[in-house]
Ligand binder design. Sequence first.
Ligand code: G3I
Length: 376
Amino acid sequence: MSSRLVVAAGVFVALVGSVAGGLGVVGALGDDRPDPSLTDHPSLRSTPASATHLIGVAVGHRALTSDRDYRALAAHDFDTITLENELKWSHVHVEPGVFDFDRADDMIEIADDEGWAVRGHTLVWHEQLPDWFDDARLGREQAIELLRTHITNVVSRYAGRITQWDVVNEPLADDGSGLRDTVWRRTIGDDYVALAFQFARDADPDAQLFLNDYDPTPDGAKYAALIELAAALRADGVPVDGVGFQHHLAGDLDLGVVADRVDEAARLGLDVAFTEVDDRLPDDAGPADLAQQARRLSGLASVCVASPACTTFVMWGLTDEHSWVPDAFPGYGHATLFDAEYRAKPAYDAVFAAFDPIEPDPALGARAAGVQGGGE
Ligand code: G3I
């Protein structure tokens, strides 16, 4: 089933050593059923918005394959998953030309069982590169071959199954002034972005290909630059289908600016995906903070639902127990829709209401009332 691919000079050479997936793909739930009270709330994936939008969540291999409550909650509320780390270079490209897809395969198999669409993340990034990767030893042609080999193998393996790819992740400098100085730019040149998209399109002509980034600027300058870059690439015939706005929030944001950026992308014929939505709060956050968070996340959801161009809304992390935030920002957490005990938070209710604006579900109850009352 799962396997290790050995590839040389961009060409598939041999299939060796079938390695069993090992980590017990959940399904062997046995008599030990998930806690039903954790999914005793209306389902995000059954809202009207899910008819027109992918409603996704980034999940990790360990939790998905070993924690039945985690899997059940993800299946209850989401119709799409992003593999949070398991398709990055450090995870799959274990030695030069040698690929290990065991964990990704496990997750795709679960996605098949749960009826999830899958977003691929990510084919080119300057972080989470394998230890063997040493740009000092790479010339331009070698780097291009390495990039081609990687993208061809990863994308073609899941062709027809992974429907959206974040092809290039975080290509821009933080002020949006131009391309970030990365190993890819240094070794290949600015055209590494175009080459990556072309390799991905060649490997799966049907997958939707995104340019993905975050935006720390208050006026949305970096998202504007991302749109500009995507449009320029398209004008040059590069197969870019859309832009991914990550939206890792840390306080208030101007939703009008976000809506403007979505509209700009739409005018240029680009699809938009909100690819990595979360909202970190201090560890000691109280009800008023949670209510503010609910307003921010539901505001983002509403912006996405309002535009036909915004096809995809993905939470980055299922529960506060499984979020990257506390590791990356000590003293902060609370970033997802479900708390550390996997209970729906005010933000969940508010996002649900944004996805189901016509017929609010009476089961929303007190948490939603708290959202309406707090903070303004
Ligand atoms: O795999 C090792 C494991 O073997 C080891 O035991 C463990 C000990 O800490 O570390 C594990 O690696 C961690 C990896 O996540 C997998 O869990 C890394 O330390 C950790 O740094 C890594 O963090 C990920 C981060 O990207 C890497 O920069 C986060 O989980 C992931 O959520 C985060 O995601 C990024 C997106 O890809 C791009 N946009 C920003 C977003 C947040 O940083």
